[in-house]
Design a protein around this ligand. Structure first.
Ligand code: MG
Length: 556
């Protein structure tokens, strides 16, 4: 396919996930805000980030970290004003950074005026914007998103004299997506934010948005996919290069329906199939299931893209592993019950899960940068932040960014922060912060800047096709090919040095030297067409297959 068609920004950008509330406080009230975030854009720009994904910042009672919106057309006053928001998007544009935002359409807050109207009377025009039942529905305890923290999915409302459906918490009533007025309102909301400088949306809980039956589990078959196409057409019509990125933890076979058979629905999806298998590989040293996961998610339309990630703001969801695999990850990375949540995952940050081992942290992030797809980084991972398990649920992994060793870690000038900073221990802000790492050439932060620059110089990974090269079970070797040039990345999941031995091409005549892109240890092919070298414990190698370290000339 001609190059022009392939050049879409989301295939070679690094996405950086930010929670406004916990990034930087600009007005000294202890709460992160858009003014503060705008002031830290040079940090984000310096790492090499191409797009910022903002977690929910719209007005909300914040009973679920803002995933309970009470006004879609606003900025939560705690974070600033719409004016501050536009200043922020403008500052991003000046640096060539795009802005993506979370949109939560599966449900609203029960405080949203729509819900208040809906419950007020059966004749209210908003009544049908939510899902009501006069009779007590059956199976009200099935299909909950937060098992252990949630009692039911239907709750009786005295004022409405009816039961309302809520897949999530009871303060998050589900919108009735089948209602054309609700669909039209959703498009209006997207149009509003596109006008204010947003380049794309991270759509929350997509399988539930398009479910046709409220009792159906995620990953079921009956879906209203037409809505996704409508959303894409609308947003691209308003802004040609806007992007939809979906949170949809579905099986690989189902993903194609989300992308659309002709790539007419979602541009990107988080790869929830590969993610837990990365952690399994680090927990056990066995890269087998990860290789299978990569193979299973290989076939997607050409313009579609996976978003690859290590950790995000939610629990590390292990529900897609077998029970035995899950137990091995728990044993290694979350040995205490208090580190786990919802019977399916781990509420920890990357650094502590890898026991603070810098080799493993770098290997994991090097792997992230080399996976087929677009890497999504979580704020704080660039300095190796930890979690605070004393905080409730997933707040443990949502603590404020650690900028320096003073006061409140440079996050706020107030005496207290809205979410307590991590103060003590090896992950406290005295030990782990941006300011110290900026001064240290060997720091994780500076390492990140280098690896991201490398990744951005290698469009083979974001745009190209990949193959897994057959080698030892502890090793993942991938060859990414695009427009006549090839990149080979090799990762060792074992704590021992390993002898690596592989063949890149079946044709013994085609055996280019491997030019190391991170050191001077280049690898020459041997007479039998094999490549042999020793890789460090948790080592990672990036090679260009060819005579020089810059790309080969195009063959066509
Ligand atoms: Mg503030």
């Amino acid at each position: 396919m001609p190059r022009m068609v392939q050049m879409v920004w989301y295939k070679n950008a690094i996405i950086y996930s930010v929670n406004v509330e916990s990034y930087m406080d600009g007005n000294g009230d202890g709460i992160g805000d858009f003014k503060g975030l705008a002031r830290r854009l040079d940090h984000i720009h310096g790492i090499g980030v191409g797009a910022i994904w903002l977690l929910p910042f719209q007005s909300s009672p914040r009973q679920d970290h803002g995933y309970d919106v009470s006004d879609y057309y606003s900025v939560d006053p705690r974070f600033g004003t719409l004016g501050d928001f536009v200043e922020f998007t403008d500052q991003c544009a000046q640096r060539g950074i795009r802005v993506m935002m979370d949109l939560v359409f599966n449900h609203t807050s029960d405080q949203h005026p729509w819900f208040q109207e809906s419950r007020s009377s059966p004749d209210n025009p908003k009544r049908d914007w939510y899902m009501w039942s006069k009779e007590k529905p059956e199976n009200i305890h099935e299909g909950m998103v937060f098992p252990g923290k949630q009692e039911a999915v239907w709750t009786y409302d005295k004022k409405a004299r009816a039961w309302y459906f809520h897949r999530f918490h009871k303060f998050q009533p589900d919108l009735n997506m089948k209602n054309p007025e609700v669909q039209a309102e959703i498009l209006r909301i997207m149009g509003f934010w596109l006008r204010l400088g947003v380049s794309g949306f991270r759509l929350d809980a997509v399988p539930f948005i398009i479910a046709t039956d409220e009792h159906e589990e995620a990953g079921g078959t009956e879906r209203e996919f037409a809505l996704l196409r409508k959303m894409r057409e609308f947003s691209q019509f308003r802004d040609g290069d806007s992007v939809l990125l979906a949170e949809a933890n579905v099986k690989p076979e189902a993903s194609i329906e989300y992308f659309g058979p002709s790539a007419e629905r979602l541009h990107m999806m988080f790869n929830f199939w590969v993610n837990p298998r990365i952690f399994y590989a680090f927990a056990t040293g066995d890269a087998g299931p990860l290789k299978e996961g990569l193979e299973k998610t290989r076939e997607i339309p050409q313009s579609s893209q996976w978003a690859q990630f290590l950790r995000n703001h939610d629990e590390l969801d292990l529900s897609r592993l077998t029970e035995e695999q899950r137990q091995k990850v728990y044993d290694e990375m979350a040995p205490d019950e208090g580190m786990r949540v919802f019977d399916r995952g781990i509420r920890r940050r990357l650094g502590p899960m890898l026991k603070g081992d810098q080799r493993r942290i770098k290997a994991a992030n090097s792997l992230l940068m080399s996976l087929p797809g677009t890497p999504v980084l979580r704020y704080g991972d660039e300095i190796g932040m930890g979690e605070n398990l004393d905080l409730e649920g997933r707040t443990a992994i949502r603590t404020p960014m650690q900028w320096d060793e003073h006061g409140q870690g440079g996050f706020t000038t107030a005496e207290e922060a809205c979410i307590p900073l991590i103060e003590h221990g090896p992950y406290g802000f005295h030990e782990v912060n941006v300011s110290q790492q900026r001064r240290d050439p060997e720091s994780l932060l500076n390492w990140f800047e280098r690896i991201i620059r490398l990744r951005q110089e290698l469009p083979e990974i974001g745009y190209g096709a990949f193959r897994i090269i057959e080698t030892e079970p502890e090793i993942l070797a991938m060859c990414h090919e695009w427009e006549g040039s090839a990149i080979l990345t090799v990762h060792n999941f074992d704590g021992q040095p390993r002898q690596v031995e592989f063949r890149i091409n079946e044709d013994e005549q085609e055996k280019p030297p491997l030019i190391n892109l991170l050191s001077n240890d280049h690898v020459q092919p041997q007479a039998d067409g094999m490549y042999r070298f020793v890789i460090d414990p948790y080592g990672y190698n990036w090679f260009r297959c060819g005579a020089t370290s810059v790309g080969l000339a195009r063959k066509d």
